[in-house]
Design a protein around this ligand. Structure first.
Ligand code: NAD
Length: 464
């Protein structure tokens, strides 16, 4: 093994370690590249973890295999990514044939555990997209596989890496509001992005674990990281009142629907070149309808969610997730013994610009090099003083600029200590989904659920 590859593999363990310590200088560029395999050539696998890796890091890594259960999407995905490697419908065959250093998992959420566990067992470092998995049994199986393996697991939490989220972390870390005691965190998905989850597999509990897990894992991870403690107890309410069987009519999918003219959610997927080429052209293989009806009867997730979370350090959180808001945005406020911090993004009434709600999610997912940057406020209001308005950089594409920074950290500078501890490993992945899983159990059982009763993990007062 060449020096650079060995250094990468050593450094990757530091990235997932709870406290990253700088070891030694780290540089790529010697003869041998990092061998990367990827399973799941859907939108995230082909764009962020596919084409972007080829475009940005081809000097240090190479794809040795791509896998997907849909053979036709797999071939399209390979072309889109620009990889030169073989493709495999059979995942095990890919792993045996290509012997990768790093496996990237970008399949649908309910299958992550299969590939994470196999990858670790086959002696490979694994990077999985969020959420780690969708229930406590699969989470426990992953925890056990990781303990038995000498390899590492990274969870791709990109939101932590956006400059705006990092500024909040810095203010809390610097004790700008004293000792943190409570948090209000509210996330609003609009009728484009929110609805998109109900059009496909995310709308079914056994595929995505509901938005409590699929979507809120991002938010719970931010909370765990900002609060710097682990969740101990969750009480939640939730319901399905808008999408699914609540709709006034339904059809097989948008393209073939009799209600096109009267449905506000009508979307002609065939006019969206990328979606047509990625999904429609391969439907014949697996029946995956990307423009499925969001009023179909088998939708069984929640579309309104509200939870109270108690942390091991006694901080309490009020959290809510709305899936059919007229605008997309979020608000968070932190109460401390010395004052209060308020932050928000994309609330249209607070901005002087018109925000195109239909385009917001596309812009968030965009991986263009040209970054759109503007300044947004964070309010710091200390007790007995006037408030201060801090002006903070906000990047608009690639998940608030988090996407690119996450990949640079993984592939370019994993050995450099990050003062904000933004690298996420298995424990972070588990703690964020366990809040969502506890919320689901709380709704089912009508009582507060202790995180310690879900897996072998006991919540720590301080994330270490
Ligand atoms: N971090 C982020 O901001 C972010 C954004 C988007 C998606 N994601 C995550 O990326 C993952 C993929 O999401 P997506 O939007 O690309 O979904 P997608 O539906 O576009 O793609 C999923 C792909 O996985 C394949 N697949 C499903 N089951 C499989 C199996 N058993 N074996 C092999 N392939 C299988 C499908 O055929 C499809 O090609 C999800 O876990 C999602 O949570 C993360």
């Amino acid at each position: 093994m060449t020096t650079s590859r060995r250094k990468f593999l050593t450094s990757i363990s530091m990235l997932t370690a709870t406290t990253a310590l700088p070891l030694h200088a780290f540089s790529f560029g010697t003869k041998k590249k990092l061998k990367v395999a990827l399973v799941g050539t859907g939108i995230r696998g082909t764009t962020f973890w596919g084409k972007r890796l080829v475009d940005e890091y081809s000097d240090i890594l190479e794809f040795v295999g791509l896998s997907d259960i849909n053979p036709s999407r797999l071939e399209y995905g390979k072309k889109f990514i620009g990889a030169k490697c073989p493709t495999f419908v059979d995942f095990d065959e890919m792993m045996k044939t290509t012997d990768p250093d790093l496996l990237i998992v970008t399949t649908k959420d309910s299958t992550h555990h299969e590939f994470i566990i196999k990858g670790l067992e086959m002696g490979c470092d694994v990077l999985t997209e969020k959420p780690l998995t969708i229930d406590e049994t699969k989470c426990q199986a992953i925890l056990e596989a990781e303990k038995k393996s000498s390899k590492n697991l990274i969870v791709g939490f990109n939101y932590r890496w956006s400059p705006y989220a990092t500024e909040i972390k810095k203010l809390l870390k610097d004790k700008s509001i004293g000792k943190l005691v409570s948090v209000d965190f509210h996330w609003y998905l609009n009728t484009y992005h929110g609805a998109s989850y109900f059009r496909r597999w995310h709308g079914e509990m056994n595929s995505g674990g509901s938005l409590w897990v699929h979507k809120a894992t991002h938010h719970f991870d931010l909370l765990n990281w900002w609060i710097n403690s682990e969740p101990s107890e969750v009480f939640a309410y939730g319901d399905l009142e808008f999408y699914g069987s609540n709709g006034p009519f339904r059809g097989k999918n948008c393209r073939s629907c009799d209600h096109k003219s009267e449905c506000n959610f009508y979307w002609d997927i065939t006019k969206d070149k990328r979606s047509k080429e990625l999904y429609v052209d391969h439907e014949h293989e697996d029946g995956y309808l990307r423009d499925n009806c969001l009023f179909r009867e088998n939708i069984d997730i929640y579309d309104k969610m509200s939870a109270q979370i108690k942390y091991a350090n006694k901080v309490v959180v009020n959290y809510s997730l709305t899936t059919y808001s007229p605008f997309e945005g979020w608000r968070v406020s932190f109460n401390g013994t010395k004052g209060r911090l308020e932050a928000w993004l994309d609330i249209p009434y607070n901005e002087n610009i018109k925000i195109d709600q239909a385009e917001m999610h596309t812009r968030e997912m965009e991986q263009t090099k040209e970054m759109k940057v503007d300044k947004q406020p964070i309010i710091l209001h200390n007790l007995w003083k006037d408030h201060e308005t801090l002006s903070v950089n906000v990047e608009r594409n690639g998940h608030g600029g988090g996407d690119g920074r996450l990949q640079d950290k993984i592939f370019k500078t994993p050995e450099i200590e990050d003062e904000f501890g933004r690298g996420a490993g298995i424990r972070d992945g588990a703690m964020s989904i366990l809040i969502g899983i506890a919320a689901r159990r709380s709704i089912e059982q009508g009582k507060a659920i202790k995180i310690a009763n879900l897996t072998e993990l006991t919540p720590k007062v301080k994330r270490s």
